[in-house]
Design a protein around this ligand. Structure first.
Ligand code: NAP
Length: 483
């Protein structure tokens, strides 16, 4: 390649622990492949936290990513005891990389209980919503709450990405894995959106599967899956499960994709006990680099590297510790050299897929993605902190609300109706959901303020959730035991 050829600028974050060794290996291999890449090296993670920046991500790093739009990153340590949030999650969220792609593919020469089963699946995990948005509150000193926020827009983006990704890799089936049988609004939104959008992809077979059965099926018969689209928390768990099926974290690459920015990184962390020892397997980061090359449409270089990796693994002469154990292990640097030496060779039993450019789905940027003509207020849930028992509290709240047009229907505790008593045996905590309904919504706000004022004269309310009706549908679930 001529040195004048225009190079693609990529932000490179070496990371913590084993990060720099993995990144050096990936950089060396990518450069040897002839890919026209220029690196802009910046930092994030442990040293930044230690300098007192709570995000672990300095402004220079943010500026670099704004400029380059593509990142290859080593793992970042999340310190325990200082630094507020994971710098990894901060980077993913700051740049709205809403789709986390995690391929799980059997590799030659990497013996596992599943060897020979031809596992070749991809998990497409929603990456910015769900419980992982990390919106948590202590409602009382003894009761914590984490909000599971899922939007129709977020679901539409991840589902479309799942189908587009399937097309780009010539895959035939997409499963959507949710817990919609229990969480009908949040997880159910992904299922409903998936079923709507699947109609636009008639060339791809689509199925819904409950996430717990999906985990069970992944252990029992992983070769049945092609692409699995799922929510953030489900995806986090099943993608680690997936990497264990093919030999462990040393082999698991990932891409965090958004409309503006893409961040490529290993699934594994900084494995500090191996840092600087030249013994780790760099393949998870190297294969993340291969995904990056395909993202940059450098398909020839990506295939050159992938073929050389498959050949090296199949030949089995020079392999790292996690494949062959300490006695026979090659160093990280020798394994890297061996892959480069094997450029141009192909494994006899493994093929590189035919890849097409991934078309990132276009979703309207308007914050309102669903509109309704007909909606109304029908009541309110007032969360009260109290050490009273259910009956005593229920009678007191009923007394307080007498004369207002809010009528107490039920009090629940951790999702189970406890007042009026249904005979359930509930081990109550000091957070009570008092559910009121209104006959009509006239003057709703003013009456609600009066209700809260009356409650606060005798009890401590800590949270209010307005109850609405969207068209004919209630916008809230009932407590267990509530009619
Ligand atoms: P880890 O760093 O992923 O390491 C866990 C174990 O996985 C290692 O002890 C090792 O197993 C194996 N392993 C990981 N990478 C390997 C590689 N390249 N080659 C060979 N074996 C490898 O998980 P952790 O110890 O829980 O986390 C350490 C730090 O990393 C934490 O601060 C965590 O927050 C952070 N982290 C960062 C990311 C990220 O940057 N995206 C992701 C996860 C964790 P053996 O001990 O069996 O050899």
């Amino acid at each position: 390649m001529s040195s004048n050829a225009k190079k693609h600028l990529v932000t490179l974050i070496p990371g913590d622990g084993i990060g720099p060794e993995c990144i050096n290996s990936a950089k060396e291999i990518i450069e040897a492949s002839g890919a026209a890449i220029e690196w802009e090296v910046v930092e994030a993670g442990l040293n930044v936290f230690k300098r007192g920046l709570p995000s672990g991500v300095p402004q220079e790093t943010i500026d670099s990513i704004h400029k380059t739009r593509v990142v290859l990153k080593g793992p970042l340590e999340t310190p325990v005891g200082f630094g507020e949030k994971s710098a990894n999650v901060t980077l993913r969220k700051l740049f709205e990389t809403y789709g986390n792609i995690r391929p799980v593919r059997e590799l030659p020469g990497v013996k596992t209980p599943y060897s020979g089963r031809n596992i070749d699946l991809v998990i497409v995990r929603e990456n910015v919503e769900d419980l992982y948005a990390g919106i948590e509150h202590m409602e009382t000193p003894g009761v914590a709450q984490c909000l599971k926020l899922i939007s129709h827009k977020g679901c539409e983006k991840i589902v479309r990405l799942g189908f587009e990704f399937a097309r780009s890799e010539g895959r035939k089936t997409v499963h959507c894995a949710t817990k919609s049988n229990i969480m009908k609004f949040t997880e159910g939104m992904l299922k409903r959106t998936f079923e709507e959008i699947a109609k636009e992809y008639p060339d791809i077979e689509s199925h819904h599967i409950i996430i717990d059965n999906c985990a069970h099926q992944m252990v029992k018969k992983p070769e049945q899956f092609d692409v699995i689209v799922t929510t953030n928390m489900n995806g986090d768990i099943i993608s680690d499960l997936g990497s264990a099926l093919i030999g462990g974290l040393g082999f698991a690459p990932s891409a965090n994709l958004g409309n503006e920015v893409a961040i490529f990184e290993a699934v594994h962390g900084s494995a500090p006990k191996y840092a600087g020892k030249n013994v780790i397997n760099p393949l998870a980061v190297v294969n993340s680099g291969v995904m990056m090359l395909r993202h940059l449409h450098m398909f020839t270089q990506a295939s050159l590297i992938e073929n050389a990796i498959l050949f090296t693994l199949e030949e089995g002469k020079v392999l790292p510790r996690d494949i062959v154990g300490d006695a026979k292990a090659a160093s990280t640097t020798d394994f890297t050299k061996e892959i480069i030496k094997n450029f141009g060779k192909q494994a006899s039993s493994w093929k590189v897929r035919d890849y097409k450019p991934l078309i990132m789905p276009v979703v309207d940027s308007n914050p309102i993605s669903v509109t309704l003509k007909d909606r109304s207020y029908v009541g309110v849930d007032v969360l009260v902190e109290s050490g009273l028992g259910a009956n005593e509290l229920g009678k007191s709240i009923e007394e307080i609300s007498k004369g207002s047009n809010f009528k107490l229907k039920v009090i629940s505790n951790r999702g189970t109706k406890v007042y009026p008593s249904s005979g359930a045996i509930t081990d109550c905590v000091d957070l009570w959901f008092c559910r009121f309904f209104v006959d009509n919504e006239n003057d709703y706000e003013h009456r609600l303020t009066n209700l809260l004022t009356s409650i606060s004269a005798k009890h401590k309310w800590v949270h209010v959730e307005k109850l609405q009706k969207f068209g004919n549908d209630l916008s809230f679930t009932k407590a267990q035991g509530e009619d």
